[in-house]
Design a binder for this molecule. Structure first.
Ligand code: TMP
Ligand code: ASP
Length: 258
């Protein structure tokens, strides 16, 4: 067997060279980190769940016309994706105040925001991903004004889609983070959604009980992190629990030959 070439190892994923030029294999690890890697643990099964949840969401977004890097899921932990040049920004959309915005602006956790708010953070672990304005983004050439407009428009459409999708299964989308990349095809370049969308990068609360169903369970030491992710996946219909094998983990509904 030929050993694949690793391109990059991040906190929750590893990227390998893909089978064809312009493709990459994205491997979902079980590692969980928070507070810029200060807190770390391995949560068995998280990678499998995020792979499936992110696949489900990317396919849904493609259907409503959001271009994404997703090509296909390869197996339990891997996806084939398009190679992009990542825009060095984390784009956060907030519907309800939680996390950093509460501290920064003195808002009470849970305050419904007057409208959905988009924020940009500069992707730089050494600096702790600082919040930046459009002035910084254009001055330092991280993205041009047209790209900023495109990212904002896509982020809002993604927010509408995800809010509806989660709302339909009794989950409130508090906020989320996405990343975009530049895909080059000859002379042409387009911005597409990259990375992943999973409970690792969203805040998701049960609409009835308020229970936290995302990575805040890990950040706040609430326990049962993967149980919560599995419940998100179950509600979305991504998989059903094994009918007779107890704790053996997720049973895949539709499988592409694994
Ligand atoms: P924040 O309140 O910590 O800024 O988080 C806002 C949203 O972005 C939340 O859903 C978690 C997500 N997020 C990430 O996915 N990665 C990060 O590095 C940070 C800081 C937040
Ligand atoms: N993803 C970041 C980290 O791993 C921060 C977070 O999600 O809380 O440190």
């Amino acid at each position: 067997m030929v050993r694949r070439k690793q391109i990059y190892e991040g906190k929750a994923k590893i990227l390998f060279e893909g089978p064809e030029p312009g493709t990459i294999i994205q491997y979902f690890k079980d590692d969980a980190t928070a507070f810029n890697n200060k807190k770390h643990d391995v949560l068995e099964g998280k990678g499998v769940l995020n792979n499936r949840i992110s696949e489900f969401i990317m396919l849904g977004l493609e259907r409503i016309g959001i271009p994404t890097h997703f090509i296909k899921r390869l197996n339990m932990r891997e996806q084939l994706v398009r190679h992009v040049e990542i825009v060095p920004l984390e784009v956060v959309v907030r519907n309800v105040a939680a996390g950093q915005i509460c501290k920064r602006l003195g808002l009470e956790n849970g305050t419904v925001l007057p409208r959905s708010i988009i924020e940009f953070y500069y992707k730089n672990d050494d600096l702790g991903d600082p919040i930046v304005s459009e002035e910084h983004i254009t001055a330092f050439n991280w993205a041009n004004p047209q790209e900023i407009d495109d990212m904002m428009a896509m982020a809002l459409r993604i927010n509408d889609y995800l809010s509806g999708m989660f709302g339909a299964v009794g989950i409130k989308l508090i906020d989320f983070k996405v990343e975009f990349g530049r895909q080059y095809e000859g002379e042409m370049m387009r911005l597409i959604l990259a990375d992943e969308i999973s409970p690792d990068c969203c805040r998701l609360h049960d609409m009835e009980t308020g229970e936290i169903m995302d990575k805040d369970r890990f950040r706040q030491d609430l326990g049962k992190v993967t149980d919560a992710y599995r419940e998100v996946a179950r509600r979305l219909g991504v998989f059903r629990e094994s009918e007779n094998s107890g704790q053996s983990g997720p049973v895949l509904v539709s499988d592409n030959g694994e």
